[in-house]
Design a protein around this ligand. Structure first.
Ligand code: SAM
Length: 243
């Protein structure tokens, strides 16, 4: 709450909220409301402390924009933590980065559907792609992604657009498409993703829960796709398939 909030209003609405929870059947128990002023400066520093370098593999490290430590011999991806998804800590992002490292070939053109912070586009270029197109419907994500391109010196090879998939998106087809969305969105967007891909192009799909694995495999069969890999981390699964 901002410091200038009316404390009595905050107190009353909190009590009201708890009463509503009780009505819904939650065990709220005895409650005491305490108010404490927190210095904004401390808060900003504490927030930074939770962003440590993340080793996605022994050789790939994702670091926050302010990190000073050097990582010689490693592939370093610098990300400004913002509101966009893709700071590198999530299993679905890490699965995609590892898959990209295995499947991106020198000179490839790749498209990232739902690019968030732009982390996957940046990774793809660092692994040898000559061009990456990142699409996101969220304006904050697009702004954050563009900042991250500059932080990594890849502005010349990556383009970020506030858009979703559409037929006229690109005149040239892509060697690889990556989508870290969710099963429903992947299935919904599949035909448009496929249209952008060269024959024998690679598809990387993340954001799928382990319990959705069979459903995804059946979908690949229906679409005549050849699954080439399935990797997992925590409750998530990432598929790579070929057209
Ligand atoms: C789970 S995040 C993935 C971010 C990043 N690619 C990563 O792997 O960390 C999904 C992103 O997709 C975007 N998104 C969701 N549906 C989309 C769609 N139909 N077209 C484009 N972007 C979409 C969201 O705004 C969000 O930024």
């Amino acid at each position: 709450m901002p410091e200038e909030s009316e404390t009595e209003v905050v107190r009353q609405s909190t009590l009201l909220y708890l009463a509503e929870l009780k009505k819904l059947g939650f065990q709220v128990g005895e409650c005491k409301i305490a108010l404490k002023t927190i210095k904004e400066q401390d808060w900003a520093q504490d927030w930074k402390k939770s962003f440590e370098p993340i080793f996605v593999t022994d050789h790939i490290v994702v670091i926050p924009s302010w990190e000073q430590t050097q990582f010689p011999g490693k592939t370093v991806i610098r990300i400004k933590p913002g509101t966009a998804f893709g700071t590198g800590d999530h299993a679905t992002t890490q699965l995609c980065i590892r898959a990209l490292q295995r499947f991106v070939q020198l000179g490839d053109r790749i498209v990232d559907v739902g690019c968030g912070s732009g982390i996957l586009c940046i990774a793809a270029v660092k692994f040898g792609a000559s061009y990456a197109l990142g699409l996101d419907i969220d304006q904050d994500a697009v702004e954050n992604a563009r900042e991250n391109l500059a932080l990594n010196g890849v502005e010349g090879s990556v383009e970020i657009r506030q858009a979703t998939l559409s037929r006229g998106l690109s005149r040239k087809r892509f060697h690889l498409a990556v989508a870290n969305l969710d099963r429903r969105e992947i299935i919904e967007s599949f035909d448009r993703i496929q249209m952008l891909l060269k024959s024998r192009g690679v598809l990387i799909f993340s954001g799928i829960l382990k319990q959705e694995e069979k459903n995804m495999r059946d979908f690949f069969t229906k679409k005549h796709l050849r699954q080439i890999e399935a990797t997992s981390q925590e409750q998530w699964i990432c598929f790579a398939a070929k057209k």
